[in-house]
Write a new protein. Structure first.
Length: 144
C-alpha cells in the first residue's frame, strides 16, 4: 500500500491517500498468462491422406552378380582380377549392355589412390557408351 502526503494545507494534518499497489498483481497475472500459453496443446492442422502401401521386393530374389574392376596406379585395368586392355573392356561392356537392365551385373570400380583420373574416366565412358547402368565407385575412404 502506498501513501501520498499532500502539499500541506492550512489545517496542519497531512492528507492521506491510500492506493492499491498494482505492480505485484500485474506480475502474477503475466506469470499465469505465460503458464496458460505453455500448457495449451498445440493444434496441428493435418490432412488425412490414404497413401499407397509399399510393395516390398521378394526376399528370395537372387542378387545380381558383381564385377570388380580395379584401376591400378599405372592405368592397368583388372576385370575380376584378370588384367585386360581397353578393347577387351569395351567388348565386355558391349556384351553386358545387350542384356536387359534388370539382369545386368553390378560393376564396382575400385581406383587406386595414385591413378590418374583419365584412366578411371575412360572406364566410366566405356560403360556409359554401352548402356551399362549399374555401376559404382567403391573404396572412397582411401581418398579422405
Amino acid at each position: 500500500m502506498g501513501m501520498n502526503i499532500g502539499s500541506g494545507s492550512g489545517s496542519g494534518d497531512p492528507e492521506v491517500v491510500v492506493d492499491v499497489n498494482t505492480t505485484p498483481l500485474i506480475d502474477v497475472m503475466l506469470v499465469l498468462l505465460v503458464m496458460l500459453i505453455i500448457t495449451i496443446p498445440i493444434q496441428t492442422h493435418a490432412v488425412k491422406l490414404d497413401m499407397p502401401q509399399a510393395n516390398t521386393p521378394p526376399t528370395d530374389a537372387v542378387p545380381p552378380p558383381t564385377v570388380d574392376i580395379e584401376v591400378d596406379f599405372d592405368g592397368t585395368i583388372l576385370w575380376n582380377g584378370t588384367p585386360m586392355d581397353r578393347n577387351a573392356i569395351e567388348a565386355q561392356f558391349r556384351a553386358e549392355g545387350r542384356t536387359p537392365v534388370e539382369q545386368q551385373s553390378e560393376f564396382h570400380i575400385r581406383p587406386n589412390k595414385l591413378v590418374e583420373y583419365k584412366y578411371v574416366a575412360g572406364v566410366l565412358a566405356s560403360a556409359q557408351r554401352n548402356n551399362v547402368t549399374k555401376i559404382g565407385i567403391v573404396g572412397n575412404e582411401q581418398f579422405m
